[in-house]
Write a protein that binds this ligand. Structure first.
Ligand SMILES: Nc1ncnc2c1ncn2[C@@H]1O[C@H](COP(=O)(O)OP(=O)(O)OP(=O)(O)O)[C@@H](O)[C@H]1O
Ligand SMILES: [Mg+2]
Length: 454
């Protein structure tokens, strides 16, 4: 891994050399420049992970340098240093987008701590984003993301049926990706240069659906002022996707069956038959078998449609795809919102993987979008998720006995100590307090090391 590159801008020689020495000791690649203009040039031309900028400089003011850097590289963290420890200048710098500020005179340890935290953060962001891109590229087929055996089987089926002309029935719960599967079949088949036309059979009332599918002639009914082509005709040479096929009326079922048998039809009010060459893909989230028993779906139509079935699994049948999908959507919404969120907290990922997702992938997609929109931190936390998804988790919190603020602090410190195996420096760094404060708190709360070994 390459060293992190830090640019130091300070007009005082002694500050430049001492900061450089400290930071080089910490293992960074450091360049110290005297002049703000040179710093701006450097940032324009080179990649940096962090800039440390003195506020009071003769040629160009630190605040001005900060503004320029923010303009060019909005994601580059900038730490401001100032000997003029007025709250005003620090507040000003933070308002202008400085990540943090340090007041002179400072000790090397403080500098080390602040910078280590930021650099580590930057590194995590870079690594996570890279990982996310690689993963989703690797486990992506057309627009379908997934690596579970069930999903791999679906993808194999798509590859098998795409080159043929067979009618395909896609089954699966709402939001499982049936339409994506249909589009993938079309895209990979010989009809890909012609239209993919979707007809949402469930969303349209019976009388309108007939007109929508078969079209009509001028004067076929009141309001039919001109000839209108239906979806079937529009799909000629391409693919017709009959979505929610389980929702169509028995009357339309008869008409559709006739069309499927003859591959020709008449527009409503028309005399002549129209012949088309289309591939049919249908989808449903209903149990057509049961509907046949109840007399709600024609068995003959069912056999016409059900030449090849692809069953798209629900999300809870393939939980191993949840982290992958969650990261895929995170990437998608980071791009569309311009936010940099590098991942999900462990707790959030656990909730996502455990949740049952009645709305399947569509619901997961919406949950991640919600989280990215409301997230203010760089990692998605539990409170960023929609309430419906966390409610089970929230309930378990509610049953916990009441915790005071000091209890929370004590537990947090104890937990952090354990996590860092009682390494005081690391724990203090993580908590953002100095070692003395940490020792005092350990004493105050009587936190004991041997407790963890039990
Ligand atoms: N495997 C997947 N990878 C990535 N995105 C997916 C996947 N499956 C579904 N999606 C996304 O989830 C959403 C729902 O998918 P789609 O509309 O295909 O589901 P559906 O099964 O047709 O649902 P419905 O029955 O409600 O119509 C879409 O935004 C789609 O892009
Ligand atoms: Mg759909």
């Amino acid at each position: 891994m390459r060293k992190s590159r830090i640019l130091v801008v300070d007009d005082e020689e002694i500050m430049r050399s001492s900061l450089s020495d400290w930071l080089k000791d910490d293992g960074y690649d450091v360049l110290a420049v005297e002049d703000g203009f040179e710093a701006i040039e450097r940032v324009k031309r080179e990649e940096w992970d962090l800039a440390v900028v003195d506020l009071k400089m003769p040629k160009i003011d630190g605040l001005e340098v900060l503004r320029k850097l923010r303009e060019m590289r909005p994601k580059l963290p900038v730490i401001i240093i100032t000997a003029y420890a007025t709250i005003d200048s620090a507040v000003m710098a933070i308002k202008e987008g400085a990540t943090d500020y340090i007041v002179k005179p400072f000790n090397p340890e403080e500098i080390s701590r602040v910078i280590a935290k930021l650099v580590e953060h930057q590194r995590l962001i870079r690594e996570n984003i890279q990982l996310r891109k690689e993963l989703t590229k690797k486990f992506r087929f057309q627009d379908l993301v997934g690596k579970s055996p069930k999903m791999v089987r679906v993808i194999e089926m798509i590859k098998t049926v795409a080159p043929t002309n067979s009618t395909v029935l896609i089954r699966g719960e709402s939001g499982t990706g049936k339409e994506l599967v249909a589009r993938a079949i079309h895209e990979l088949g010989p009809r890909k240069d012609f239209s993919f036309i979707a007809a949402a059979c469930g969303a349209i009332p019976e009388s309108l659906l007939e007109a929508e599918l078969f079209g009509y002639e001028k004067g076929a009914f009141t309001g039919a002022f001109a000839q209108h082509k239906g979806r079937i005709e529009m799909a000629d040479r391409g693919t017709l996707f009959l979505d929610e096929i389980g929702d169509i009326s028995l009357k339309t079922q008869v008409d559709l069956l006739r069309f499927l048998q003859e591959r020709e039809f008449r527009r409503i009010g028309g005399e002549t038959s129209v012949k088309v060459d289309i591939r049919i893909i249908a989808a449903t989230n209903k149990n057509l078998g049961e509907m046949i028993t109840r007399g709600e779906f024609r068995e003959d139509l069912y056999y016409r449609l059900n030449v090849i079935t692809i069953q798209v699994p629900s999300l809870r049948e393939r939980r191993e795809d949840i982290p992958l999908l969650a990261n895929y959507f995170l990437e998608k919404f980071c791009l569309s919102t311009g936010k940099t969120v590098y991942g999900f907290s462990d707790q959030v990922m656990k909730v996502l993987v455990d949740y049952d997702w009645p709305g399947n992938i569509r619901q997961l997609e919406n949950a991640v979008e919600h989280a990215v929109v409301v997230a203010t931190e760089s990692e998605i936390q539990l409170h960023h998720l929609p309430q419906s998804v966390v409610s089970r988790e929230a309930n378990t919190f509610e049953t916990k006995p009441y915790q005071s603020l000091t209890d929370v602090e004590r537990n947090h410190i104890e937990h952090t100590l354990k996590k860092h195996r009682w390494n005081i420096k690391k724990t203090a760094n993580f908590l953002g307090i100095n070692r003395v404060t940490l020792y005092n708190k350990i004493k105050k709360y009587k936190i004991q090391k041997d407790k963890e070994i039990q």
